[in-house]
Ligand binder design. Sequence first.
Ligand code: ATP
Length: 408
Amino acid sequence: IHQSCLIPEQVIHGGLADRSGLLNMGDKLVEVNWQPVAGMDPEQIIEILTQSQGTIMFKLVPMSDKPVNTPVKLYMRAMVDYCPQHDPAIPCADAGVVFHKGNVLEVVDQTDALWWQARKLPSTSAFAGLIPSAELLKRWAEESVHSTCITSRCVTFFILNSALLKRDQDNHYPSSSHSALTHPYEEVVLYQRRMQDKHRLVVLVGSSGVGVNELRRRLIERQPKIFQGPVPHTTRPPKSYEEPGREYHFIKKEQFENMADTQRFLEYAEYKGHLYGTSFDGIRDVLDKGMICIVDIEPHAIPSIRTQEFRPYIIFVKPPSCARMRKTRKNAQIITNYFVNRPFKEEDFQEIEEAAKKMEAQYGHFFDHVLVNDGLQDSCEQLLWVTRRAQDDPQWVPAAWLQPTGQS
Ligand SMILES: Nc1ncnc2c1ncn2[C@@H]1O[C@H](COP(=O)(O)OP(=O)(O)OP(=O)(O)O)[C@@H](O)[C@H]1O
């Protein structure tokens, strides 16, 4: 309710007032149970309402120009977490919707500049609730960049991300936290791949040692006619049993550097004095054959592959608890920074868990699926099922990916 003239600013979609069709935004409330309320505070009116029993009568002066009802139905993926119970700014915390990054929200009303109405999907409820508008979230994000004081949990998230933004700007690489700050919601649509469409790129990310490479290798080994990884490029000379274009594309250093300068690599790195890289063309080669391309990448490369062309389905490989890792990795070997294999140690499990937590906090809004790599057999089955579903079932994807001439 707008304080000075007692005009409802929001009528909750699916709520009693909305379903009655008798109360509209902009109507003036003049009496409650025959008691004049003009000039009263909203709290005083709430007091009258809580003390009333049975039927409650409202006398309203309808607004002269009834709003033309043009219902919007937009779907938005939340790129941030939000908790109305910790938000001192929300007009009514009980009417707020709790959401986490990655949740899809059906936005039913954007009339108010600050507070939208939405349902969190999947939802069976007719009721919508309040969520902060994109503008409001951006404003909070900007304020928190300059703020040193944490006043509520709802704002804490932004302070955390602002720190990341600062660090990423210093590092000059594309930042996911940057996109969450400037685009707290991403419009999404349901995408059903047609038979003639290329497969979606399957992307695995996870903390080092969690088993990303092992899972990718096993998937390809299991169904080599369906899954393939891109053939990487390298500047090292071929070994006797290697064939150019099969294990690697063997190229000269200048050629490699030229490809790197012209952004033709999704990722590249140096190892023992030689350069290795995964090219975008390598991914295209697999997809053009009608196969499913599966890559494992560092999470900071996600923004550069998240394009209309590749429509990636991003799977986060998450570690189970340290106790479970201790059991399942009893006989496994970890490849250390020095590229030697040795049994897992207790510190490895803790490092894997810590790194996974950070990755999820920073990039979680990009994940389409979270796969807990507990038992290897089960994880492989799950991965197979998830990658099939990613290709065959309708999925929420950024609306920009389906625009005919749109950019990703
Ligand atoms: N679920 C699992 N149960 C038991 N062992 C596993 C499981 N997943 C992976 N491993 C083993 O853990 C070790 C590390 O796995 P992998 O090499 O795939 O790690 P990674 O995530 O690719 O990390 P990096 O990028 O550092 O190589 C391997 O020896 C692998 O066989």
